[in-house]
Design a protein around this ligand. Structure first.
Ligand SMILES: O=c1ccn([C@@H]2O[C@H](COP(=O)(O)O)[C@@H](O)[C@H]2O)c(=O)[nH]1
Length: 225
């Protein structure tokens, strides 16, 4: 079950990223690199982390017009990430073009509603339906119809999303061990509950990377699965 964990290596420090990845790599199934790391080290940095030998989840959350996103996906293709993210809010055509530009073997998944947002935040940005649950369902159906591989949502919505898309691939961040500090996350869930609700993979960052002993933290979480 530890193979269902992708650790979010969120740091702009390449040496620290490598050290963290090396420490946890035998206890997890993959490594997630996002904006913080990519802005600092680009494709060369991704290749260095990929050399450790685990699948790479490139979480760049692309969101632009279809032509720009498709070109960006094409420019990233030689990295052959296992998973690549776009924002579902970019619309159907953007998602269709992103998938068409991705290399075979890369799962393109759409972020529905960020796990750091709640209903109040959705109202602030003018989402007509300020209920994260309903918005996740709406964007899951759109991503499915656009031919993507799956979506990113919180563990609170994943059961409903999977009902709409039984064969979808569901990536769940905002995961916290029982009693863990939530930080900026607003829609959290425990690792066990997320899997029970239908997550395909879990994204876990700070509960592992900020722990005094990251490998012990990863092992302890894996033991709850
Ligand atoms: O809705 C989303 C989409 C992506 N993320 C990313 O997952 C990790 C979570 O890190 P934690 O330290 O476990 O909170 C982080 O890299 C986010 O960019 C997300 O949290 N929510």
């Amino acid at each position: 079950m530890s193979s269902r964990i992708f650790v979010a290596i969120d740091t702009p420090d390449l040496a620290r990223a490598k050290a963290l990845a090396e420490r946890v790599h035998t206890h997890v199934g993959g490594l997630k690199l996002g904006l913080e790391f990519f802005a600092a080290h680009g494709q060369a940095g991704v290749r260095e982390i990929a050399a450790i030998g685990l699948p790479i989840f490139l979480d760049l959350k692309l969101h632009d017009i279809p032509n720009t996103v498709a070109s960006a996906v094409q420019a990233l293709s030689s990295l052959k990430p296992a998973i690549l993210t776009v924002h579902a809010a970019g619309g159907r055509a953007m998602m269709e073009d992103a998938k068409a530009a991705a290399p075979p073997g890369t799962k393109v998944v759409a972020v529905t509603v960020l796990t750091s947002l709640d209903g109040g935040d959705l109202a602030d940005i003018g989402v007509g339906q300020p209920d994260p649950h309903a918005q996740v369902e709406r964007l899951t159906a759109l991503a499915r119809d656009a031919g993507l591989d799956g979506v990113v949502c919180s563990g609170n919505e994943v059961a409903a999303a999977r009902k709409l898309w039984p064969k979808g691939y569901f990536v769940v961040p905002g995961v916290r061990p029982e009693g863990g500090a939530v930080g900026d996350q607003k829609r959290t869930i425990t690792p066990r509950q997320a899997l029970d609700n239908g997550a395909s993979v879990l994204v876990i960052g700070r509960p592992i990377t900020k722990a005094e002993d990251p490998d012990a933290a990863a092992r302890a979480i894996a033991a709850t699965l």
